[in-house]
Design a protein around this ligand. Sequence first.
Ligand SMILES: Cc1ncc(COP(=O)(O)O)c(C=O)c1O
Length: 361
Amino acid sequence: MIPLVKVGLPSKEILMPRLEEILYSGMIGEGEAVYEFERQFQKKFEVNNSIAMSSGTGALHSALVLAGVKRGDEVITTSMTAEPTNIAILQVGATPVFADVDVNSGNLDPTSIQDKISHKTRAIVVVHYAGIPVRLNEITDIAKQFNISLIEDCAHALGSKYQGKGVGNFGDFGIFSFQAIKHMTTVDGGVLSFKDERRLRDAKKFRWFGLEKGVPRTEIDITSVGYKYNMHNIAATIGLAQLNEIDNRIAKHVDNGRFFDKNIGAISGLSVPTFDQVAEPSYWLYTIFSEDSENIEKSLSEIGVQASKLHRPNHFHSIFKEYAGDLPQLDEYYRKMIHIPCGWWVDLAIREKIVEVLKKG
Ligand SMILES: Cc1ncc(COP(=O)(O)O)c(C=O)c1O
């Protein structure tokens, strides 16, 4: 079966000697490998000030706290995402306010965001769903106009660009995930980036119990709560090896995505996502829209290709039900959408076969 998502790691020959060296180096916690990973990640993806984290969820939680989101505040967000996006909002005691999505992309609709703003709104969390950048021009304008923090959840969108600039650079905060099946994995891990470099000290303290690295333990004073959200040297060593190969992997996602845009977009009865002209998705997943998504799932499975809806709208979960409002565009998007594989493991023959089957209907 050609899976929808797949773990991608450097070859054994490349990875194992480096892992062996770091595992027995006596320095397995947060150390030089982590700091080198941060420098290289920041350079490669040209993101703002960045620190390496234990997960994307930890990075999101940190972004919300650093943005000043507190109990009782509202955070405008999307239900069409992986659950951690919204669980992190509950973790800070805030109320998720679900805005509706653009039916043609699954991404938050700027008009709906604006409609949901109240005097309690403290932040907007956008998700570049499946790797497609949200309409950042409009959304950054709204955030500025109402003086609300913008957090970009880039977990699906490593390598995606907008106006030639990497996603994660537009909001006050950006987060990335290196969980098992993302474009790039460190087994688990993430990055938190932030526009204002003066936040670096607070971000690092939040990542480490509220303690400040480098201050002698006998002199240190914790003044606010932090968590154990640091990346360790083992994950960072995997990450450093991944960074040497990531351009290649992302290029394959993009090449397949553009092939599907052109070839599936031309099939009658099907449609494909649309996005701003200045957006360059990194196509973590590919999304098709059809009145009969179940039939697509079935016919692709007959040729050994997995297709499915990868996420459940979060407001379907009991824990989010009380926040569920009317989301007619999301309902339509979710009814019609189906994901197909589009990553580096999809070769030219498979993608041709997928298009052939879809043409047959
Ligand atoms: C959209 C989105 N946000 C956040 C996360 C959380 O990332 P992590 O699994 O690294 O904590 C994920 C991944 O599961 C995700 O898909």
